[in-house]
Design a binder for this molecule. Structure first.
Ligand code: SAH
Ligand code: SF4
Ligand code: F3S
Length: 482
């Protein structure tokens, strides 16, 4: 899953457009401003929040200073993610000074982790709302308007916001996220997500297919199916997840697995690109790989976080697979989908990591030739298994040095991978204008490489065949060929 530590605000428009095509005319409703932090799931959640609030008398502004309500949809994955929110809250004090009626809500994973503490620590926060409480937001705002502060951090075993039609206002009209499940039942020892997002539950496939259909009908060209562990998606007809072996015969007959869901989604609009994130090495099975290979519109890219290349450390992380298992999965991917690219997440300096463990991570990276990696220094999170049972004993300067080495190896591999693309023609879905030059367009190929080329007559949302002429570690550069 990609981690987008930036914020967005919804652009001002004359009307708000729901993804089911319903439009809500702009009036003098109360103004809502939202900033999202963290992973794609949070960005997707903000669109759900947008929908709920717009049906309850709010409209969006991109101007935080004209907002009546400001929501920060927060992340708790590492300490620095939370630090960023605290800094932002300090800045928001100025807005509150200018407008004493301003309501500030902290939503998402940090809200869930800190609960009432957030109200105590950050005096200017009026609302604290966890990821499963968004239907309650209009009530929480109303509560604040009566002079109280409001909190809802109840986690649910069932909530998937299945039938809510997200507000696609922060969009380029080309790519969209579609959430297929919530929560996580894995207990990776370093990770706070199971505590902030609760138990895993899958969304009704029918509502997923309807959302994808509407997106395609509205001109979207690419969707990314989202979940913390998409490969364990399993629909049994609703409610909390049940183990497959405990399901009734009837439940098993009607069950929908991730491979089956992927196939159904691919068939909705055969020209629409389908991506998904994140896959877990213990759960990605051959059915999923065969489905990717079978449908040309399912992109040949898998984000498969390894976290470490050392079996000993993987055990300490409770990842439930070994280095050998991971490499076997990589080989299988290459066998079934020969031109599939693979990306990774890596943690440097987890508890008890030795130099030998670190070298094992570097050699795993060399062996797998990841297209890109998200690389982090281990950050101890309160309440996790690692915090309770292990020592955060790798000194800060060693963590930093190891992270630097990991980044250097990835940069070298990315450059080598990209240079091999020179002379090839790739199909690019154009999704933006290049940041460096208005004359160039930017997009991604099937394998998720970033490609930049001169604009000519192409428009955003077009597909272009691009001959690659040059490559940097991050970008392929070329020209369109007919
Ligand atoms: N569900 C996904 C990842 C979710 S969190 C998966 O299992 O792969 C995203 C990434 O943040 C993780 O893959 C991990 O690399 C990193 N991460 C999670 N907790 C962390 C911590 N305590 N310190 C540093 N990085 C962490
Ligand atoms: Fe965290 Fe592990 Fe779940 Fe990913 S699979 S969200 S790393 S507990
Ligand atoms: Fe995502 Fe951060 Fe929560 S990575 S699930 S927003 S802790």
């Amino acid at each position: 899953m990609s981690y987008l530590f930036c914020s967005f605000a919804f652009p001002m428009q004359d009307e708000l457009i729901l993804s089911n095509n319903q439009t809500i005319p702009k009036t003098d409703k109360r103004q809502l401003y939202i900033e999202s932090y963290g992973c794609a799931m949070n960005f997707s959640d903000s669109e759900i929040i947008g929908s709920i609030m717009s049906e309850n008398g709010f409209e969006y502004t991109k101007d935080e200073f004209s907002a009546d309500v400001i929501f920060l949809n927060t992340c708790a994955i590492r300490d620095n993610a939370e630090q960023k929110i605290r800094d932002r809250l300090k800045h928001l004090r100025n807005n509150k000074r200018k407008n004493s009626d301003l309501i500030i809500g902290v939503l998402g994973c940090m809200a869930e982790r800190l609960k009432t503490k957030l109200l105590e620590e950050e005096k200017l926060v009026d609302i604290v709302a966890g990821p499963d409480s968004y239907r309650d937001l209009p009530n929480l705002v109303a509560e604040v308007e009566t002079g109280n502060r409001a909190i809802n951090v109840l986690l649910s075993r069932e909530e998937t916001y299945a039938e809510i039609s997200p507000l696609r206002l922060n969009t380029n009209g080309i790519s969209a996220f579609v959430s297929i499940m919530r929560g996580c039942d894995n207990m990776c020892s370093f990770c706070v997500v199971p505590f902030t997002r609760g138990r895993e539950r899958s969304r009704d496939p029918q509502t997923i297919l309807e959302e994808v259909k509407i997106l395609g009908d509205n001109g979207y060209k690419e969707i990314t199916l989202l979940g913390q562990n998409v490969d364990s998606y399993l629909w049994f007809g609703g409610g909390p997840k049940i183990d497959y072996k405990n399901a009734s015969v009837e439940q098993k007959e009607n069950a929908v697995s991730f491979a089956q869901l992927l196939e159904k989604v691919a068939l909705v609009h055969p020209s629409m690109r389908i991506r998904f994130s994140t896959s877990h090495p213990k759960d990605i099975n051959d059915d999923v790989l065969h489905t990717i290979a079978k449908y040309p519109n399912i992109c040949n890219h898998i984000h498969l976080p390894a976290q470490s290349g050392s079996t000993r450390l993987l055990e300490a992380m409770n990842r439930t697979y070994s280095r050998e298992w991971y490499l076997e999965r990589i080989n299988k991917i290459k066998e079934i989908i020969p031109n599939c690219s693979i990306s990774c997440d890596i943690i440097a300096g987890f508890c008890s990591e030795t130099e030998e463990d670190h070298q094992a991570t570097l050699s795993l990276m060399e062996e797998c030739k990841f297209i890109f990696s998200y690389m982090y220094k281990y950050s101890e999170r309160p309440g996790t298994l690692a915090q309770k049972k292990m020592q955060d004993d790798v000194p800060e300067e060693i963590k930093s040095r190891r992270l630097t080495e990991i980044i250097e190896v990835q940069s070298k591999i990315s450059l080598e991978n990209n240079q091999k693309m020179i002379g090839k023609v790739v199909t690019v879905l154009i999704d933006s204008v290049s940041k460096k030059s208005e004359m160039d367009l930017c997009g991604r190929n099937d394998q998720n490489n970033i490609v930049v080329f001169p604009r000519e007559d192409y428009q955003l949302g077009d597909y272009a065949n691009v001959l690659i002429e040059r490559a940097t570690g991050t970008t392929l550069i070329g020209k369109a060929v007919k």
